[in-house]
Design a protein around this ligand. Structure first.
Ligand code: GUN
Length: 282
């Protein structure tokens, strides 16, 4: 039976390490602060934002909360971001996505100072990742790397296949695996013979956004399978992009949904907040 990679335990461990680090920083007179902006009241976003603020509180990072009405204009939001960019006491700025219609996500995200972009979405940070310079890395793919490393799974020299090419997960995931010296293939909806491609993988990352699409037929015997998807099925139960029941018996290690990649995103956001201080004070 496959090793079940416990994202809940690994994220808790990371948060405890960060809590210790933040407490050491506080003794040196350093106080960290994350600004969290939510526009509108999308219920899923409200849950994420609440969890991010709770994680800040646990670790000892101050959080500034901006809960803005649905009707907020682009200029108003840009005004707040500019003010936060200029504030010395604010280390991180996070605008929860998706934004309501009428707000241009690209313009808003581009307005965040790259040195405060703890989500790692700004083009400067995306560029830095691709050329191996220091910067913020998108939290979910960074969390996948931590899951692999902390589970003792070697990446260097391995065949890695990422299914999905989104800006937030698939592309940075491929860049990170490459940075770890994996041999990386990015597959997507237009990939021909997808099963042949995914069956080459020693490490298979599913970030397709289709419930239980990756069945045993897509997986090589003994592969490591990482499931980034999260969906609710007809019975309101959570499931991933991977058909866990058929895939788990075939692989050497696998992440469950829930309790795999999910909890890592916030842990890595917190890590980015802690690292922001040194990036800003080089
Ligand atoms: N919405 C869904 N995931 C994310 C995330 O990682 N960051 C932000 N800002 N919004 C999101």
């Amino acid at each position: 039976m496959a090793q079940i990679i416990d994202g809940k335990a690994i994220s808790a461990q990371i948060k405890d390490e960060l809590k210790e680090e933040v407490s050491g920083m506080r003794e040196r007179g350093i106080e960290l602060c994350l600004a969290v902006i939510q526009v509108g009241a999308d219920p899923a976003s409200s849950v994420y934002v609440r969890n991010k603020k709770k994680a800040c509180e646990y670790i000892g990072i101050k959080s500034l909360s901006y809960e803005l009405p649905e009707e907020t204009t682009q200029e108003e939001l840009l005004g707040i971001i500019r003010e936060l960019n200029g504030r010395k006491d604010v280390n991180g700025i996070l605008v929860q996505l998706p934004l309501p219609k009428g707000l241009n996500e690209e313009v808003i995200l581009d307005a965040i100072d790259p040195l405060k972009d703890v989500d790692g979405f700004h083009p400067v940070n995306v560029g830095n990742l691709s050329i191996g310079r220091p910067g913020f890395v998108s939290c979910t793919p960074a969390g996948v790397i931590q899951l692999l490393k902390r589970s003792g799974i070697e990446i260097a020299g391995k065949e890695c296949v990422v299914v999905g090419r989104s800006n937030i997960v698939g592309k940075p995931m491929s860049m990170l695996l490459l940075r770890e010296n994996g041999t990386v293939t990015t597959a997507h909806s237009r990939t021909k013979n997808l099963q042949e491609v995914t069956k080459r993988a020693d490490i298979l990352v599913a970030a397709v956004g289709k419930p239980r699409m990756i069945t045993a037929d897509y997986v090589k015997e003994g592969a490591v399978v990482i499931d980034v998807g999260i969906h609710r099925n007809a019975e309101n139960k959570l499931c991933g992009d991977v058909d866990f029941e058929s895939v788990a018996p075939k692989c050497s290690a696998i992440t469950p949904v829930p309790g795999g990649v999910g909890p890592m995103t916030i842990a890595m956001l917190m890590k980015n907040c802690v690292e922001s201080y040194s990036l800003q004070n080089k």
